[in-house]
Write a protein that binds this ligand. Structure first.
Ligand code: BES
Ligand code: MN
Ligand code: ZN
Length: 498
């Protein structure tokens, strides 16, 4: 539900709002911008008392004296202006949202002494503000119970004063589209599995039609006909039938090959017959984080009318324990024709992706495929919540993803693939088995996926550590982080738009 945020841009002038915020950079000029909105010098005096240095996302807050046109004057630190990347700007915007959550009317003077903020940077400030205002509070019927203050306003207005409001507004149209995509992905991950099953997820994807996305849905019967035995084996233990969703955004030249994104959408992963331990199993409502990111990305690209042809494919299943559930030892035949011995029913994500990746390549012959999946606990052991694991058969694609990761702070770390690891999933009884040994669990999972992409440039992002439960920061307080939407939007924007 979150707070609704309305952001507008205007030329520098005397801001009229309940809360007025200014930016202050580290350096001798820390107080410079404050002075214009602070003729009485209350804020600059507070800088001294609070020993405020302008450190990134720090703040000083003063109540305005009688006769002032605003109630509060706030300064947010931006650190060193030369180090102001997108991530830092979003943190500043996020800190502002956090500090002013109870105010319906906020003005920000987007000016730093001796430094020119570009329109795109102003939009990044706004994006941080928007994303910080996200909260998954739909199921809280009593708000702020233990809190003696009045509830936060449902709608908030942020007016940003800047040097070129027209250009900032234009940059914001793009950034807001991406922000909406992130919020959609967060919502999908946060929703519990009783509310969001494969069919309900499908309905959310259908809503993208309003933005001009073509949405097709494959039923169980259609997937059977296509021979998707790997995906269907996972789904057979659930009372809720599986679906595959194919989303297409055609914003590029008609004859341009599409780029493709494929997501693991296990709406709940109990482990199946190889059942998971009870502790923490509730987190497996987020095992569709890859599919959520793909859906959020498609929203972002369509909403900002990206000049690219993009395919998004998500495999939606539930992995349950049941009399009809798949057993360890079962052998299934994937759409590719390759057979798989299922030695552990909890290694189900790769089975879903095997058919989704094959279908994607077979039907669209894309320029590349990037898949996102909450695939292995082992990637958390290797990289924690700070990087997603990147596996790729293509150096150019891997480099571009790494670079997009640095600029969006959705970071990836490349891990190896090689025939030596590939041997670990050969099976006595079928073409392959769905688990390797105890070692290199994230790599053997990636080797498994690679068997379904042939020579198409491909990258696999293991997002088990980043899609959910990652540490909160100035612009994300949500368990479901929406990770990947900004990264892949940037990848498309930087390299694949005509
Ligand atoms: N969905 C899990 C991976 C996971 C773990 C995601 C923790 C997020 C947080 C995946 O389906 C799984 O169960 N993987 C197994 C693979 C094993 C059986 C080879 C794992 O990681 O233990
Ligand atoms: Mn599993
Ligand atoms: Zn899983």
């Amino acid at each position: 539900m979150s707070q609704k945020v309305q952001i507008s841009f205007t030329k520098f002038g005397t801001p009229k709002a309940a809360v007025v915020a200014v930016l202050a950079a580290v350096g001798p000029a820390v107080g410079e911008n404050a002075r214009q909105c602070d003729p009485a010098g209350a804020l600059t005096r507070a800088f001294g008392i609070a020993e405020f240095t302008g450190k990134l996302a720090s703040d000083v807050d003063v109540l305005a004296p009688e006769g002032a046109s605003h109630d509060r004057l706030l300064a947010i630190g931006v650190g060193k202006p030369t180090e102001l990347g997108a991530d830092a700007l979003m943190k500043v915007g996020g800190a502002l949202a956090a500090k002013t959550g109870r105010s319906a009317d906020v003005a920000l003077v987007a000016e730093i002494a001796d430094f020119d903020l570009e329109p795109g940077q102003v939009a990044d400030l706004a994006l941080g503000f928007l994303l910080r205002s996200y909260a998954f509070d739909r199921y809280k019927t009593k708000k702020n119970d233990a809190d003696d203050k009045k509830p936060e306003p449902k709608t908030r207005k942020l007016t940003i004063h800047c040097s070129n409001p027209t250009a900032a507004r234009k940059a914001w149209q793009r950034a807001e589209a991406v922000g909406q995509g992130v919020a959609l992905a967060r919502d999908l991950v946060n929703e519990p599995a009783n509310i969001l099953g494969p069919l309900e997820f499908t309905a959310k994807a259908r809503e993208l039609e309003q933005l001009g996305v073509k949405v097709e849905i494959l039923t169980e019967k259609e997937m059977k006909k296509l021979g998707m035995g790997a995906l269907l084996g996972v789904a057979q233990g659930s009372a809720r039938p599986p679906r595959m969703v194919i989303m297409q955004w055609n914003g590029g030249k008609p004859k341009d090959k599409p780029v493709a994104f494929v997501g693991k959408g296990v709406v709940f992963d109990s482990g199946g017959i190889s059942i998971k331990p009870a502790g923490g199993m509730e987190d497996m409502k987020g095992d569709m984080g890859g599919a959520a990111a793909v859906t959020g990305l498609m929203h972002a690209l369509a909403a900002r009318k990206a000049k690219a042809n993009v395919v998004g494919i998500i495999g939606l299943v539930e992995n349950m324990v049941d009399g009809n559930a798949q057993r360890p030892g079962d052998i299934v035949t994937s759409m590719s024709g390759q057979t798989i011995e299922v030695l552990n029913t909890d290694a189900e994500g790769r089975l879903v992706l095997a058919d989704a990746l094959w279908y994607c390549r077979d039907r669209f012959d894309p320029r590349f495929m990037v898949n996102l999946a909450t695939l292995t606990g082992a990637i958390l052991i290797a990289l924690g919540n700070q990087h997603a694991g990147l596996f790729s058969n293509n150096d150019e694609l891997a480099t571009r993803l790494s670079e997009a990761g640095v600029s969006t702070a959705e970071r990836v770390w490349r891990m190896p693939l090689s025939p030596d690891y590939d041997r670990l999933i050969d099976s006595k009884n079928a073409d392959m088995k769905n688990i390797g040994g105890r070692h290199a669990g994230s790599i053997t999972a990636a080797q498994f996926l690679q068997r379904f992409v042939k020579d198409t440039p491909w990258a696999h992002l293991d997002v088990a550590g980043t899609a959910m439960g990652s540490p909160s920061n100035e612009y994300n307080q949500s368990w479901g982080s929406g990770w990947g939407v900004r990264l892949l939007d940037r990848l498309v924007a930087d390299h694949y738009e005509s």
